[in-house]
Design a binder for this molecule. Structure first.
Ligand SMILES: Cc1ncc(C[n+]2csc(CCOP(=O)(O)OP(=O)(O)O)c2C)c(N)n1
Ligand SMILES: CC(=O)[C@@H](O)[C@H](O)COP(=O)(O)O
Ligand SMILES: [Mg+2]
Length: 621
């Protein structure tokens, strides 16, 4: 039997599909998504939850004229399918393949690039204002999840959207989940709306009584529903939003296409910002994902029948090493408290939160707040350890600077996913943290060469009375460099191999690469020195000065952008001591955003693999 999905070849094709076939289309889309994502990996559970929602939106929007902004964008796969990108799923998140997130350069039907959370309402409001100024009449819709609604920017945008005197629709996709369970006051409020059936029954009862009054009943009930006064509270949930000046519709079954279609059409008729609250199930239609939506939030390739991960290798990750060590330290030191921003599993805190619930804080997707909250705790005598991915910590630049560094408060930043992360691409690569952290007075910045050193750095850090950042990469630890384990000394590097002429001076994950480069240089008769910097700030200038005596080439290596990075700091130092005779080969990332793809491939294209670095060194001799 021909598939209904085959009729979808490009934007707006969905409008040709008969209403009675739409449910079958949803079934086919889910099957397609499960099959494709099982091969490439990707964000599964959120996408399975938004199939009907996306169908309903595509029935009422015209692409590319109407603008649909997804929050985070990890739930936009059905949108990609319905805008003619089915083929792209064969290369999903692979190098030069289709991105896992909406991208304007990928399709004119993607209204705004996303990846970081809680931006959709701001961006949609901007698009709505631009539309009004230009005198256009296209529709503008933002889709934001309940998790993303825990982010501060969403409230700044709602506050601003309440002043809109034209239309824009905010779809609140409420699946009662963030990556792990959603937390906080707004999550509780949404929970009350969702489960307020008793309250709704009471309201329905009151409404029915009014409607039953002969002649005027219906008119009175409708008027009350439309009014802005307090009587409306009797009938309508979502009054928090209404009180802000937004119109609220819902909650609506987010798997009922027709109900949503009608709600969207009525929302478009308002002359203001309207919230349409839809309730969906994360992981819908795939039993494993329905049962464990957190596990199937983002997946590696898996077997569809069993739900099992195809990757056999169970290597130990930096994240696990961090989580385990923090537990050990928290047992000994009662001042330690862990803070994360909606990512307890991603940052390795699941076991910690079980053992120390009173010293564990998931603040929601609120990195800025997480940092100032930690600063407050530190001012109150605690030593918070803030575990956040490098890319998401970018959000909290000013909080680190203004609230932690100026007062030099004892906060440890455990910066996971530092360096190239791979398949999430441009929005998620953690390649700016050395630059933005080293520029801050009072901040110490460290990077371990392996798991053992991460443990040592963490032990060292929680005993210091100052801000310290430890940055470490996504993925597995290396076990090669265990023989090198000089105790950590503040501001001091570690020399792994002593050679001459060429000094390979590396940061964190690049120390292993430096050892590979050293081996390759040996076959050219060169015996290079390998230095593990450990501290990017303060830099071990004493050791650098020593190196200038017996080396004519310095090769700096880091997974960070060149601007403001480690290599530039070394260049500045050489200039300060007037040693311009030393050649500097700066192996870092040139001014660019790095697309998605396999980490090894990306490193090669960026010239950060051992072969490329060796070649560059030989050219400099
Ligand atoms: C600033 C920022 N912090 C953290 C994340 C990681 N993150 C991606 S999706 C997500 C959960 C979002 O929850 P929700 O909006 O409810 O969508 P759902 O996953 O439930 O579909 C988180 C924490 C992010 N993308 N951006
Ligand atoms: C969409 C998002 O921001 C997260 O789901 C992110 O993709 C997680 O990355 P990791 O797989 O590195 O935990
Ligand atoms: Mg959610």
């Amino acid at each position: 039997m021909p598939k209904i999905l085959d009729q979808i070849q490009g934007p707006n094709d969905i409008k040709k599909i008969k209403p009675k076939e739409l449910e079958q289309l949803a079934v086919e889309i889910r099957k397609f998504l499960i099959e494709k994502v099982s091969k490439t990996g990707g964000h599964l559970a959120s996408n399975l939850g938004t199939v009907e929602l996306t169908i309903a939106l595509h029935l009422v929007l015209d692409f590319p004229d109407d603008k649909l902004v997804w929050d985070v964008g990890h739930q936009a796969y059905t949108h990609k399918i319905l805008t003619g990108r089915k083929k792209g799923f064969d290369t999903l998140r692979q190098y030069q393949g289709m991105s896992g997130f909406p991208k304007r350069k990928e399709s004119e039907c993607d209204a705004f690039d996303v990846g970081h959370s809680s931006t959709s309402i701001s961006a949609a409001l901007g698009l709505a204002r631009a539309r009004d100024i230009k005198g256009n009449d296209n529709k503008v819709v933002a889709v934001i999840g309940d998790g993303a609604l825990s982010g501060g920017m969403a409230y700044e945008a709602l506050n601003n959207a309440a002043r809109l005197d034209s239309n824009m629709v905010i779809v609140l996709n409420d699946n009662n989940m963030s990556i792990t369970e959603n937390v906080g006051g707004m999550a509780n409020y949404l929970g009350k709306i969702r489960t307020g059936s008793k309250y709704r029954n009471l309201k329905d009862g009151v409404e029915n009584v009014i409607r039953s009054v002969p002649c005027v009943g219906n008119r009175v009930a409708d008027k009350v529903k439309r009014s802005k006064d307090s009587l409306k509270r009797l009938f309508i949930p979502g009054m928090l939003f209404e009180d802000m000046g937004l119109t609220y519709i819902g909650p609506i079954d987010g798997h009922n296409i027709e109900q949503m279609r009608r709600a969207f059409l009525s929302a478009f008729r308002a002359n203001e910002a309207v919230i349409v609250h839809v309730v969906t199930k994360k992981g819908k239609g795939y039993s494993f994902a329905e049962k464990k939506p957190s596990v199937y939030h983002g997946v590696e390739p898996f077997y569809v029948r069993t739900g099992e991960n195809k990757t056999k290798e169970k290597a130990i990750t930096y994240t696990q090493v961090f989580g385990k060590k923090l537990i050990e330290l928290a047992k000994e030191q009662e001042s330690i408290a862990a803070v994360c921003a909606a990512m307890p599993s991603g940052t390795g805190l699941m076991q910690y939160r079980k053992l120390f619930p009173e010293r564990y804080y998931d603040v929601g997707i609120a990195e800025e707040h997480a940092v100032t909250f930690a600063a407050g705790m530190a001012a109150g005598g605690m030593h918070p350890v803030v575990a956040i991915y490098s890319t998401f910590l970018q959000r909290a630049y000013d909080q680190i600077l203004h609230d932690v560094c100026i007062e030099s408060l004892p906060v440890t930043f455990a910066i996971d996913r530092a360096g190239i992360v791979g398949s999430d691409g441009e929005t998620h690569q953690g390649v700016f943290d050395l630059s933005y952290l080293c520029s801050m007075p009072n901040m110490t910045v460290m990077a371990p060469k392996n798991g053992t050193e991460l443990e040592e750095m963490l032990s060292f850090s929680v005993k210091q009375d100052m801000p310290i950042a430890i940055r470490y990469p996504r993925g597995k630890i290396n076990n090669r460099l265990e023989a090198f384990a000089k105790p950590i000394e503040y501001g001091k590097s570690e020399t792994l191999y002593s050679g001459e002429k060429i000094a390979l001076i590396a940061v964190g994950s690049m120390v292993e690469t430096a050892c590979d480069v050293r081996e390759k240089l040996k076959s050219h008769g060169i015996h290079a020195t390998v230095v593990n910097m450990r501290f990017v700030k303060p830099m071990d200038t004493e050791r650098l000065e020593e190196l200038t005596k017996s080396h004519s080439v310095f090769v700096t290596m880091e997974e960070n952008v060149e601007q403001g990075g480690f290599g530039q700091k070394v260049a500045d130092y050489l200039q300060t001591i007037k040693r311009n005779d030393i050649a500097l080969v700066n192996c870092s990332i040139r001014d660019q955003f790095i697309q998605h793809g396999n980490v090894e491939i990306l490193k090669k294209t960026l010239g950060l693999d051992a072969d490329s670095i060796t070649e560059r060194i030989l050219l400099n001799l």
